[in-house]
Write a protein that binds this ligand. Sequence first.
Ligand code: ADP
Length: 315
Amino acid sequence: MLVFEDLRRTYGETVALADLGGSVADGEIVAILGPSGCGKTTLLRILAGLEEPDAGRVLSDGVDLAGVPPDRRGFGLMFQDHLLFPHRTVGENVAFGLRMAGMPIDERRSRVADVMDVVGLAGMDDRSIATLSGGEQQRVALARALAPRPRLLMLDEPLGSLDRSLRERLVTELREILKELGIAAIYVTHDQDEACTIADSVVVMRAGRVEQQGTPPSVWHRPANAFVARFLGWADVADGIGIRPGGVRLDPDGDVHGIVHRIGFRGDHFVVGVTTVDGRALTTSVADTPPESGERVRLTVDADAVVQLSESEEF
Ligand code: ADP
């Protein structure tokens, strides 16, 4: 449905996008994942038509979108700073795009009611934006973006300003809503958990390029290189080898000997950092009583958790 080819964008010396390509199928949710400054927002702005690429093309159903303004592309947009109208009601905010498009009032009313229901805000039409919590405002922004029934919704860190537990809940709900409505989406984030939760396909970016694209489990289990593994939160990546999280465990009969150098508390488990006798740092976790810092321990490393990882090219 959406294809982009050889997209290039530079700002002075900075290469924001370096000949980037990709695609989104009908109804597919694609997460664009990468560290701050890797070009995620630039990509989204170009796809949305808010910015022109220096080179490359964006095609929708095979039609080149060069010169087509954002409001003619049929894409919905939802950004972190969602810019709701604070002095208008929820209903007025949600109806905004429909009114601009000249939709008759009866149709507009029923469309707003439908979409408010979908995002879990039914009955809140008359509330003023200023009286809503951050999470509720995010739902209003989502309802506003969904109301015109876009074929593709673009979301740039839409939940970035919310606390972690609310974010986890909303991202799961958001996936259910998009799937129920059959809307394709591009979801930009720097959070690997969010990307893996929402997406059918994850694109890992670095410095304006794609490092890897695949389903969340395939990227998680087979990172293309050390950069991707580290970015996904693999703790033990060194010397061309990575160990999949969960692949190391404390074991009184284990054949790897080491000394505990770090204990971290994570709520439902402890993370235990061990330096092995041959100087390698390994990480494991335990549910209850952790060993003490400085204690000698033995570990078992699962052979099938050990993965060869090339250091990715530096640029
Ligand atoms: P991300 O969304 O992944 O954080 P961006 O797409 O915002 O990354 O930025 C990519 C690179 O382009 C960064 O180095 C950023 O500083 C630079 N950049 C983005 N927009 C501009 C701009 N308007 N002027 C100058 N540099 C920019």
